[in-house]
Design a protein around this ligand. Structure first.
Ligand code: ZN
Length: 312
C-alpha cells in the first residue's frame, strides 16, 4: 500500500487569482480514486510541521518574517504565488509537514511514500523563489538524519528547472548528494552547483533524455552508498508544459519514473516522492502525468522486508 500525503489546503490555501495552477493538487487526488478503491494507494492527511524544524536548513530571520507575515515585498515577489491568502503560512507548514511525514513513513515502515505536493527546490536558506517558500526536501533530509537514523541522502531532482535552492543549501554538506537534470535554458537563469548537474538542450525528447537518466542511474547512482532517496518528480519536462522547454511524451515521462522506481526497489532503499512542477496547457496533461507517477509508485511499492530500514 503506497501512502500519499495530501491536504485540501494545498489547493485552497492559494488565491484563485494567483498565476499558479492551484487546482492541480485536487485534480491529481481525484484522478487517483480508483487506485484507492483497488487498495494500492492510501491518502494520509498532511499536518502542520513543527516550525522549529525549519531552522535545520533555513535562516532565522527569514523563517520569522515569513511566519509573522512581515517579509518585504521584494521577497514576496520573488516567491510569487500572489496574492497571498491568510492561509499561506498554514499551507506552507502543512505542505512541508507532508514531506516530513512521508519520509518518516518511508524509513520506518513502507519503503516508498509520497507527498502530493512539495518538491519546493527553489527555496534557499534565506529566501524563497519560483513558487517555493521553504525547501521541504532539505528540511526532510535533515530531519531524517537527526531523528530516523539516516546517514547519507541523495536528492534526485528531475524537474525541468534546476534544483538551485537545494544545491545551494547542501553545497558544503557532503552527507547529502544533490542531482539535477534540467533544461539549461529554463529558470533559474543563474544556476547553482549541485553535486551532479545535467544541463539539457532545449527541445530534447524521450530517447536522449531517457538515455541520460539511465546512464546516470546505472553508472553513478547504483554504486553510490546511501540510505534514503528523495525523488523530486516534477513533470514540467513534458512537451505540453508552458514553462518547460523540453519535449517528453507522457510515455517517456512514465519510463523515466520507472527507471527511478526500479532502481530504488532493486537497491532496497527507502524512497520519498514529491510532486514538483507541472504547468501543462491544458493542465490536464500535467495532472495525468503527476497521477501516473503516484500510480506507478503504488504498483511497484516493495514488500516489507525488501527494504533496508535504518535502526532509528
Ligand atoms: Zn519546475
Amino acid at each position: 500500500m503506497f501512502p500519499l500525503w495530501y491536504s485540501p489546503i494545498y489547493t485552497e490555501g492559494l488565491d484563485p487569482e494567483a498565476r499558479f495552477p492551484r487546482e492541480r493538487y485536487r485534480l491529481v487526488m481525484e484522478s487517483l480514486s480508483e487506485d484507492v478503491r483497488e487498495g494500492r494507494l492510501r491518502f494520509r492527511e498532511a499536518e502542520r510541521m513543527d516550525p522549529e524544524d525549519l531552522y535545520l536548513v533555513h535562516d532565522h530571520a527569514y523563517v520569522r518574517d515569513f511566519l509573522n507575515g512581515t517579509l518585504d515585498d521584494s521577497m514576496v515577489r520573488r516567491i510569487g504565488l500572489r496574492p497571498w491568502t491568510e492561509a499561506i503560512v498554514e499551507r506552507t507548514l502543512i505542505l512541508t509537514g507532508g514531506t516530513i511525514e512521508a519520509t518518516r513513513q518511508a524509513v520506518s515502515e513502507s519503503g516508498f511514500a509520497g507527498n502530493l505536493g512539495g518538491g519546493t527546490h527553489h527555496a534557499y536558506r534565506d529566501f524563497g523563489s519560483g513558487y517555493c517558500i521553504f525547501n521541504d526536501l532539505a528540511v526532510a533530509a535533515k530531519v531524517a538524519q537527526r531523528d530516523f537514523g539516516i546517514r547519507r541522502v541523495v536528492i534526485l531532482d528531475l524537474d525541468v528547472h534546476q534544483g538551485d535552492g537545494t544545491a545551494a543549501i547542501f553545497e558544503n554538506d557532503s552527507s547529502v548528494t544533490t542531482v539535477s537534470f534540467h533544461c539549461g535554458k529554463n529558470f533559474p537563469f543563474r544556476k547553482m552547483k549541485s553535486d551532479y548537474d545535467m544541463s539539457l538542450d532545449e527541445g530534447i525528447g524521450d530517447s536522449e533524455y531517457l538515455d541520460g537518466v539511465e546512464r546516470f542511474v546505472s553508472r553513478e547512482l547504483a554504486p553510490m552508498e546511501f540510505d534514503l532517496l528523495f525523488f523530486q518528480g516534477g513533470v514540467d519536462a513534458l512537451e505540453t508544459d508552458r514553462l518547460g522547454h523540453l519535449s517528453l511524451s507522457r510515455e517517456g515521462m512514465m519510463r523515466r519514473n520507472e527507471l527511478v522506481l526500479d532502481f530504488a526497489r532493486a537497491k532496497g532503499i527507502p524512497l520519498v516522492i514529491t510532486m514538483g512542477g507541472g504547468y501543462g496547457e491544458p493542465i490536464e496533461t500535467s495532472v495525468a502525468a503527476h497521477a501516473d507517477l503516484f500510480r506507478q509508485a503504488s504498483h511497484s511499492s516493495p514488500s516489507p522486508g525488501d527494504v533496508s530500514l535504518p535502526q532509528a
